[in-house]
Design a protein around this ligand. Structure first.
Ligand SMILES: Cc1cc2nc3c(=O)[nH]c(=O)nc-3n(C[C@H](O)[C@H](O)[C@H](O)COP(=O)(O)O)c2cc1C
Length: 183
């Protein structure tokens, strides 16, 4: 199967996940990895399966990815899987954390899924994990998202380690599941 891992990453977090997926896909398939800016939408037709990745910006996929997917024609033949990294906590049992995640990163999976509803593209699965924010975003999170200094410090202690080895392992499990589903 011809596989493409395409991604948009500004500070390297999404790129780490993209490389892990590519490594997994290369085991049994002809896999290529490309930055989004190296691609034209028409290149996608050369592949059977595309893993498309993005950093989360303004609660959704980054603008270059949104612009790119707008150009994807209806009923394209390739299958699609999506992945993102985001700076907010992952959803958990804690309602506050889940609500914050939904507000700041929840739209990313819906945007991918809407390609299925709106363009008839076969969307297989979505993966997300945390990714350390860059300094300007840290400041935004501190002033506008996390109310107290104590909570902010706890958050930073955790988020700055991501994506970590477990995220990489989970991304490879995700890749394996997707590949098995359509092989
Ligand atoms: C301009 C900008 C906007 C961002 N907006 C969000 C956001 O709305 N929600 C979120 O969870 N993370 C947000 N982030 C954090 C990034 O999604 C996160 O750090 C991600 O791992 C960065 O990926 P990259 O290293 O591949 O660029 C934002 C980052 C930038 C630079």
């Amino acid at each position: 199967m011809k596989v493409l891992v395409a991604y948009y990453s500004e500070t390297g977090n999404t790129e780490k996940i993209a490389k892990a997926i590519h490594e997994e896909a290369s085991k049994d398939h002809n896999s290529s990895i490309k930055k989004l800016k190296e691609l034209e939408v028409s290149d996608l037709d050369n592949y059977d399966l595309i893993f498309l990745g993005s950093a989360t910006h303004s609660s959704d996929l980054a603008k270059p990815v949104l612009n790119f997917i707008k150009e994807i024609p209806e009923k394209s033949n390739f299958k699609l899987a999506g992945f993102v990294t985001h700076a907010v906590y992952l959803p958990s049992e804690n309602e506050e954390i889940t609500a914050s995640h939904n507000k700041w990163a929840g739209r990313t999976s819906q945007t991918f899924k809407s390609l299925q509803d709106e363009k008839g593209i076969d969307f297989i699965e979505f993966y997300s994990c945390m990714g350390a924010p860059s300094p300007p975003i840290e400041e935004f999170i501190q002033t506008s998202v996390i109310p107290t200094e104590e909570q902010y410090n706890q958050y930073m202690e955790i988020v700055r380690k991501h994506p970590n080895e477990e995220d990489i392992k989970n991304a490879q499990e995700f890749a394996k599941r997707v590949l098995n589903k359509i092989a």
